[in-house]
Write a protein that binds this ligand. Structure first.
Ligand code: TGC
Ligand code: FAD
Length: 392
């Protein structure tokens, strides 16, 4: 892999709006990505292997629980710092950012927000250091966009619960030590349970043959009469709103992350367009290539502005779920389109692993589907502005 020459675009001088802490967090994460992620990621993606050697570094930059309070091992940062971290990590690879999103927003967050003090103390510090890795089980084979229909269920046996069912498409599942699993009780109410690797009847088969997120491990969670201690139920929130509340936080991080992937493709295409000569001049001098670059930087700048404002609202606890949906949907779509144009600008070289574009593009085909598909987020916006539900 050639060396990482990434230069971040900032067309509207948005750096002026960030605090010193934001810029420090961004620089530290960016440097770590250049040093530790860029040199190895293409090879891992080609081999379809999650880079476990990155776990320690991710923990050290604070990417596991950036906004979880320091007393539980988190970095205690604000939502904009969290977003900038996700941007920089996804600039490296969406699969690595996925691992952070799951660990922080889908495992640490529910334990912090819905768990009791004993659960927080037991799990959060080890998840923050990466000693334990987590997964989040919501999606089932027959219930993806409609998680409220889930079939996974648990029964109260007096001194413990018995859990049955299965989840699929679960990031980190094949290697995670703990899983936050959403299941219905005998009354049909959804609760979160912490399931630990090694519990009898719990298995995590890996999903192979993905063309997307190849550097992220995906698998199933299978529960065959798993005996779950009662103290592993998250006591402080139940109902579908509990897992959806976690998704708000992860979707917010993805909105920032997608900007990172888009910036990497733009930066790569811009550099290439100045170096690649055809018909006696750099291709960047041709109007058709300039149109692509001009539209890319325009879209990146719009996404940066939208997302910064969302970060401010999130810091003030004023961001709505629908606002987060809009940013996730817009930014991932924007990034995918930029990847496709950037890929074309590199001609044949664009399909090789010598450049990051094709990997980003393939990764984003998952990102546009997980955490709510492109169309589901459109319907969330539609519902928000009309008050009329078009889901069912
Ligand atoms: P609905 O009746 O609208 O709502 C049920 C309850 O949930 C509340 N709620 C939310 N709460 C917090 N945050 C949100 N975003 C919320 N959206 C809804 C709602 O107020 C209600 O509360 P209550 O107290 O009245 O009961 O539910 P619905 O069944 O009609 O579904 C709505 C819909 C379709 C929007 C929702 O189900 C949805 O978002 N579907 C998409 C599913 C999804 O995003 N799955 C993601 C799985 S995890 C994943 O993909 C991880 S990828 C990880 C990685 O690698 O990064
Ligand atoms: P479906 O829900 O079957 O949707 C199929 C199509 O129908 C989509 O285009 C959708 O937009 C459309 N559609 C559905 N309902 C409607 C409607 N009402 N109106 C109009 N169109 C509709 N899940 C987890 O729980 N944890 C994870 O860690 C996780 N990681 C993932 C990692 C990867 C790589 C992938 C690909 C997925 C992951 N997921 C995870 C699952 C992901 O959240 C689901 O794939 C996603 O929510 C969509 O569900 P589905 O695949 O079942 O598609």
């Amino acid at each position: 892999m050639s060396s990482d020459l990434f230069q971040s675009p900032d067309y509207y001088q948005l750096d002026d709006l960030f605090s010193e802490e934001h810029l420090m967090v961004r620089e530290a994460t960016r440097e770590w990505v250049k040093r530790d992620v860029s040199p190895i990621i293409e090879d891992h993606a080609q081999r379809a292997e999650f880079p476990t050697e990155l776990i320690k570094g991710l923990a050290e930059v604070g990417a596991f629980g950036p906004y979880i309070p320091a007393e539980y091992g988190g970095a205690g940062l604000d939502q904009i710092s969290y977003g900038l971290m996700m941007q920089e990590i996804e600039r490296g690879d969406s699969g690595v950012r996925s691992t952070c999103s799951v660990q922080s927003s889908l495992v640490m967050y529910p334990i912090y927000a819905y768990g009791d003090e004993a659960q927080r103390k037991k799990y959060l510090p080890k998840l923050a250091t990466g000693e334990w890795m987590g997964s989040f089980g919501l999606t089932e084979p027959d219930h993806g966009s409609n998680p409220g229909g889930m079939m996974t269920h648990f029964k109260d046996m007096g001194d413990h619960y018995v859990l049955n069912g299965s989840k699929m498409w679960i990031s980190n599942a094949p290697f995670a030590d703990v899983a936050v699993v959403w299941a219905k009780n005998e009354e049909g109410r959804i609760h979160g349970l912490i399931v630990e690797r090694g519990m009898e009847g719990f298995s995590t088969p890996e999903t192979h043959n993905k063309w997307s997120l190849r550097a992220s491990a995906t698998g199933e969670l299978v529960f065959d009469n798993v005996r779950v201690p009662k103290e592993n139920l998250l006591p402080n929130k139940s109902g579908l709103g509990a897992p959806l509340g976690c998704l708000d936080s992860a979707r917010y991080g993805i909105a920032w992350g997608a900007i990172g992937a888009a910036m990497d493709c733009y930066d790569t295409a811009l550099r290439y367009s100045k170096e690649r000569v055809q018909f006696g001049r750099p291709i960047g001098g041709f109007q058709l290539q300039q149109k692509k670059l001009a539209e890319m930087i325009t879209e990146i700048t719009k996404a940066q502005t939208l997302t910064f404002r969302l970060g401010q609202l999130k810091n003030e606890n004023r961001a709505t779920s629908a606002q987060i949906s809009m940013a996730k949907r817009n930014n991932v779509d924007m990034a995918l389109k930029i990847c496709r144009d950037a890929r074309q600008m590199l001609g044949g070289m664009g399909i090789t692993g010598d450049y990051p574009i094709m990997r980003h593009m393939m990764n984003l085909e998952s990102v546009v589907t997980y955490e709510g598909t492109h169309d589901i987020h459109l319907l969330i916006t539609g519902l928000d502005v009309t008050g009329l539900n078009a889901f069912k």
